[in-house]
Design a protein around this ligand. Structure first.
Ligand code: FAD
Ligand code: DLZ
Ligand code: SF4
Length: 518
């Protein structure tokens, strides 16, 4: 029969399962730009522009192959504004025998798809997303009956399963994990390599203009848009990364430098998450560089671990634990998200830098997300739902399947330790060690108390004090709690006073700016 093949905006892979047995003579591919997907959170302008541009290029490439593509633009007359509404209209236009889709990245859309099967009156075939290396069912089997789901165990299984960086049954180099070698700070005056930027072509320019016209009040600028939006450009970005950055990726993975958000990072997550690259080919490219002597093992392994390990793991965890996963709030955090997460208007120089870079590029690297904006939200006890909404809005690579475990589990420990054995809380000393932010800050990172002291310092101890009942017997926190035990009652009172004063000075975002509003 005739199939209507519905391809979502983050399924832009020619080999995606919904296109597997495409018959160009009879089938139609449906792609839709819909307002609901751009506004379920008020995404950063670059994220929407990136996705619309990538969708339009993907549709054009399919059409060039001779495939019939029905592409609905955002401003087309009659656009229903939702996936379901547009699918209904397309069914009326094409009258196919069945609809074929690949399972979506987000629970929200999964629920929609379940409804389609009941309400559309046309059979809907939902296929597995085999662009991931670990099928959902396999992860669920591994996770069943476990409370703690540790990445490292999962990752070793994935190395064995795929043979990536394996020498027979042994991990290449005799070790699974070279994490300990990934913690260098950037030498003074060090200049990271220039990166490939991709100038918007006419299609991409039109997508940017559309976003400025339709979503002009969303967070973020578009002037610095330089993302690859085609497979060809994404492959060029990957090749450039492997050649110019991978050889030092591991060394400086955790380093931060003002004005240099990219450093040695791959900058491939928007392309990867939208399907312009696949996880398997990206991992193979890193392994090939190692085998050819063009990248040291600790760099290739560190990079493969991010994708074969972390990325597959958070995706598996998301599907194994949703929808309950996002409801927990193990530390009882309830403070409103401070306004400066949107405005960048804060004396905390590290936060100001990361928010400014995020606004300009819809990007911050992992340690900025984890140890600056994330660490602050943890220490200040910000409501998990508001923090999650922020992360889902501001990054071009953000989808709930990857954002939620990273924020809810890794950063906020709101899952009570499913993902991480302890919260990643850190004082200003960590940020000072890994960055050059503190030198230019109005606060003094070495001062422990008083109005000039770096707020991360007293917020860190205040956090441990507040959550002692929950965390003091955590074996990984023995050291800091021993230090805290040595503080006298006066020092403790001072910590609580400094923290209370600082936290009371935070102002929440005006209602209209909470990215979470739907
Ligand atoms: P690199 O540092 O070069 O890493 C290479 C690739 O590894 C990335 O492209 C990504 O695909 C993968 N990766 C690395 N770390 C992770 C991780 N923790 N989880 C999943 N994949 C990972 N990544 C997203 O793609 N979308 C998100 O919405 C997202 N939200 C995050 C929120 C927080 C609080 C944190 C701490 C991390 C988040 N990450 C997210 C993971 C990571 O920060 C980004 O994948 C990375 O910064 C993307 O930039 P890059 O391609 O230069 O990555
Ligand atoms: C993120 C996004 C946006 C902004 N717009 C669209 C769109 O107009 N059409 C579309 O098919 N997909 C879009 N997406 C991506 C979807 O939100 C994504 O497919 C779901 O979140 C499932 O992962
Ligand atoms: Fe951030 Fe504190 Fe350093 Fe200022 S002193 S940049 S607030 S860590």
């Amino acid at each position: 029969g005739r199939s209507l093949r519905f391809v979502l905006g983050d399924q832009l892979t020619r080999s995606v399962s919904s296109l597997a047995d495409l018959d160009p003579a009879r089938d139609v591919v449906l792609m839709v730009e819909v307002r609901a997907e751009a506004t379920y959170v008020r995404h950063h302008k670059q994220k929407i522009a990136f996705l619309f541009a990538a969708m339009r290029h993907f549709a054009a490439a399919l059409a060039e192959e001779g495939v019939a593509v029905d592409y609905v633009r955002l401003t087309d007359p009659g656009n229903a504004g939702t996936f379901t509404g547009e699918l209904e209209r397309a069914l009326a236009r094409h009258r196919p025998d069945r609809v074929v889709v690949t399972e979506p990245g987000e629970w929200r859309v999964w629920e929609m798809m379940q409804d389609w099967r009941e309400t559309l009156g046309t059979p809907v075939e939902i296929r597995a997303d085999d662009r991931f290396l670990c099928p959902r069912a396999d992860f669920e089997r591994w996770a069943a009956g476990r409370h703690h789901l540790r990445m490292e165990t999962f990752y070793r299984g994935m190395r064995r399963r795929t043979g990536l960086l394996m020498d027979g049954p042994e991990p290449a180099g005799g070790r699974w994990n070279f994490d300990a070698e990934n913690r260098k700070r950037l030498p003074k005056g060090h200049r990271p390599p220039d990166r490939l930027g991709f100038q918007p072509d006419a299609i991409t320019r039109a997508a940017i203009d559309l976003v400025e016209a339709e979503f002009g009040d969303h967070f973020g600028d578009t002037a610095a848009f330089a993302w690859p939006v085609t497979r060809v450009d994404a492959l060029a970005a990957l090749a450039h990364f492997v050649e110019a950055c991978l050889p030092r990726f591991g060394d400086f993975q955790d380093a931060m430098k003002a004005g240099e958000p990219h450093l040695y990072h791959a900058l491939i997550s928007p392309a990867l998450n939208a399907g312009l690259l696949t996880a398997a080919e990206v991992c193979r490219a890193a392994e090939a560089a190692y085998r050819a002597g063009r990248a040291p093992l600790h760099c290739a392994e560190g990079f493969v671990r991010q994708i074969l390990g972390w990325r597959e793991y958070v995706r598996g965890l998301y599907w194994a634990r949703m929808p309950e996963y996002r409801a927990s709030n193990a530390l009882g955090a309830g403070r409103d998200l401070p306004w400066f997460y949107w405005s960048g208007d804060t004396a905390l120089n590290c936060v100001r830098e990361v928010v400014a870079e995020t606004r300009a590029r819809a990007y911050a690297h992992h340690i900025q997300r984890l140890m600056v904006t994330g660490n602050f939200a943890l220490l200040a006890g910000i409501d998990p739902a508001q923090v999650e909404a922020w992360y889902l809005v501001v990054f071009a690579d953000a989808y709930e399947w990857v954002e939620l475990p990273n924020v809810h589990g890794m950063v906020l420990w709101a899952d009570g330790g499913v993902m991480g054995s302890k919260p990643y809380a850190a004082s200003g000393a960590y940020i000072d060690r890994m960055s050059d932010y503190c030198g230019a800050c109005a606060y003094d990172v070495r001062a422990k108390s008083g109005p000039r002291a770096c707020p991360f310092n007293y917020l860190y101890w205040n956090f441990l004090l507040e959550h002692a009942a929950r965390l003091a017997d955590n074996p990984r926190l023995t050291m800091p709690y021993r230090t805290l035990d040595g503080f006298g009652p006066e020092r403790r009172a001072e910590i609580r006073r400094d923290a209370a004063r600082f936290l009371a000075s935070l102002s929440a975002a005006p209602e209209a700016h909470q990215g979470a509003q739907t």
